[in-house]
Design a protein around this ligand. Structure first.
Ligand SMILES: Nc1ncnc2c1ncn2[C@@H]1O[C@H](COP(=O)(O)OP(=O)(O)OP(=O)(O)O)[C@@H](O)[C@H]1O
Ligand SMILES: [Mg+2]
Length: 548
């Protein structure tokens, strides 16, 4: 019999009923098997090769899903949901794909035996709510007033080690924690990670990356005589042109002899020189012995002005980026000035050290040791582009993981500890005969089984026997009642929290929500119809050529 959609449009391409579930499940499992080898610190890497031969090595689910070419519509839907997880929480992308795939796989067994998908979907919703309760019970609150730095380092380390080699991850751990703590404001719950600038330099090794409690600008002074290294610096940020300007409206200079021309040029020059002199006078006024003066200008400074400033020992950088101007005022204090007429000492910022380095063609200015660092920089180094890209992606995850922990005020033991606890709770007789009684129990059981996909795949990726490891975890949890996760070195159950393996609360919460919603929606799809132009093509559109 034709599928119902074909009665409406005989040419519609339709995948109907049981077939459509099979199509969805196989796509979900396909995506799952692509990503599963990347889960956890022992996961393997994927190499992405671009059309022009660009290479990217990555383990990050979000990067993979963004950059892989995915054609199957269901797989694309899952990939979009998983990247939404990354957009919202910064982590857990791979886990979403794995859990969604597993939920669909489990459901398909029941549906093929004739159960209605709606029954399973109800079971999934119920089980998800129970799992969220477990999540709230298992979370370990942290003291956001007296911060335990070790705990934050552990969170950062857990995330970074899933993406980088241990050595590089450990170097970055402290930097990531420092950076987040630097931009954290005690009076606000939200942490603005945009205040952390991530700068990359193709130079040295990944392990040489570091944290700068200040700023790194990718431009430098433009005069050879200017000092390259200054201490105790007053910083003037300004937006004043110190060069001959081209007028913005059509205008002209008219003169009738050479004398007049000289005069015009002289007065124009004097206009600029006066402004430079104002800065120099100001510098003389504020700088005491052992102090120096740095000027960062958003507009241009012409060579003659630079010369005057250099003679005075002032370090001047021109054409600074607007973004940097804002961050300099935040990091060093002071405020940007638009006019040199009433300069005041309160408008100046302060930095303990300002110095310039050049790498090949590129020049950089470091503004370091600032007093009130509301904005800071992570300087990432690496010998080549793909190493830098890998570190950059990992650092992004690390920053967000630490910020999430501070914002949530709690952590979740990792290594599959939560998943084992949730599966255990769903399997308790009180629950099975209580809220989950009746047909829903099939969905609940399938959900419990699906949760175990995370510890299973962590075990598989570390080379342990999957069943043995998971059963050991479940036994240990049933006996002890305390959360236990998988130790990826020995394969035995362990107290993940005590070993410093922490996940963030919002990541787990979000991944439960997203995976369940997506899996139930795909489960309830009974026809896949190719929509779009094709369907209406038979009816001639106005203006079409009609064959008679
Ligand atoms: N040292 C460790 N020992 C045991 N489990 C770990 C360890 N480090 C991380 N994990 C576990 O690995 C899982 C996270 O792995 P991973 O970061 O590769 O995937 P993801 O967060 O789901 O996706 P992605 O980070 O790619 O967006 C979590 O379940 C976490 O508990
Ligand atoms: Mg992760």
């Amino acid at each position: 019999m034709a599928a119902p959609a074909q009665l409406v449009s005989p040419n519609a391409e339709v995948v109907a009923k049981s077939q459509s579930l099979l199509v969805n499940v196989s796509a979900a499992r396909g995506l799952q098997s692509v990503l599963k080898s990347n889960l956890g610190p022992k996961g393997t890497l994927k190499m992405l090769v671009g059309g022009a031969g660009q290479i990217k090595l990555t383990k990050d689910g979000a990067v993979l899903l963004h950059e892989m070419q995915i054609q199957h519509p269901t797989a694309m839907l899952i990939a979009r949901t998983a990247t939404a997880q990354d957009d919202m929480t910064g982590d857990g992308t791979t886990s979403v794909v794995l859990l969604t795939g597993e939920l669909l796989k489990m459901a398909e067994r029941h549906v093929s035996e004739g159960m209605h998908p709606r029954v399973i979907a109800e079971g999934y919703d119920l089980a998800r709510d129970k799992a969220l309760e477990v999540l709230d019970a298992i979370k370990v609150p942290i003291d956001t007033k007296n911060l335990d730095r070790e705990l934050l380092s552990n969170v950062a380390r857990t995330t970074l080690r899933t993406k980088l080699q241990n050595k590089v991850a450990d170097v970055m751990t402290d930097s990531v924690v420092d950076a987040v703590l630097t931009v954290r404001r005690p009076d606000s719950d939200q942490i603005d990670l945009h205040m952390i600038e991530v700068m990359t330099m193709e130079h040295q090794l990944g392990a040489d990356s570091r944290f700068v409690r200040g700023l790194v600008l990718d431009h430098a002074s433009r005069h050879p005589d200017m000092p390259k290294r200054l201490t105790n610096c007053h910083i003037l940020t300004c937006n004043v042109s110190l060069e001959y300007e081209k007028s913005e409206v059509a205008s002209g200079f008219y003169y009738s002899n050479a004398d007049q021309r000289e005069k015009l040029i002289e007065s124009e020059r004097k206009f600029t020189d006066d402004k430079v002199r104002q800065v120099i006078d100001f510098k003389r006024m504020v700088c005491k012995e052992g102090e120096s003066f740095v000027m960062i200008n958003q507009k241009g400074i012409d060579p003659l002005s630079l010369d005057m400033l250099a003679k005075e020992g002032i370090f001047a950088a021109r054409r600074a980026k607007r973004r940097n101007m804002e961050r300099i005022s935040l990091a060093c204090g002071g405020s940007a000035v638009n006019c040199f007429d009433d300069l005041e000492a309160s408008q100046l910022g302060y930095a303990g050290l300002v110095y310039e380095t050049s790498l090949g063609e590129e020049n950089y200015t470091f503004i370091d040791e600032v007093k009130n660092p509301m904005s800071c920089t992570m300087l990432l180094k690496g010998p080549n582009k793909h190493t830098i890209a890998q570190i950059k992606d990992a650092v992004r995850d690390g920053l967000r993981a630490v910020a999430a922990v501070l914002e949530d005020g709690c952590v979740i033991p990792g290594g599959g500890a939560f998943e084992v606890a949730a599966a255990h709770a769903l399997d308790q007789p009180e629950f099975k005969t209580g809220p989950a009684a009746g047909k829903k129990i099939f969905g609940v059981r399938a959900f419990a089984e699906s949760m175990l996909v995370i510890p299973k795949i962590l075990a598989e990726n570390s080379g342990f026997d999957v069943q043995e490891s998971v059963v050991a975890l479940q036994d240990a949890f049933a006996k002890g009642g305390q959360p236990v996760g998988l130790d990826l070195v020995s394969g035995a159950p362990t107290d993940s929290g005590a070993n410093g393996i922490w996940d963030s609360y919002r990541v787990k919460k979000q991944y439960l929500h997203l995976s369940t919603v997506l899996a139930t929606q795909l489960l309830l799809v009974d026809e896949v119809i190719k929509a779009g132009k094709q369907m209406g093509k038979q009816a001639a559109a106005p203006g079409d050529d009609v064959d008679m």
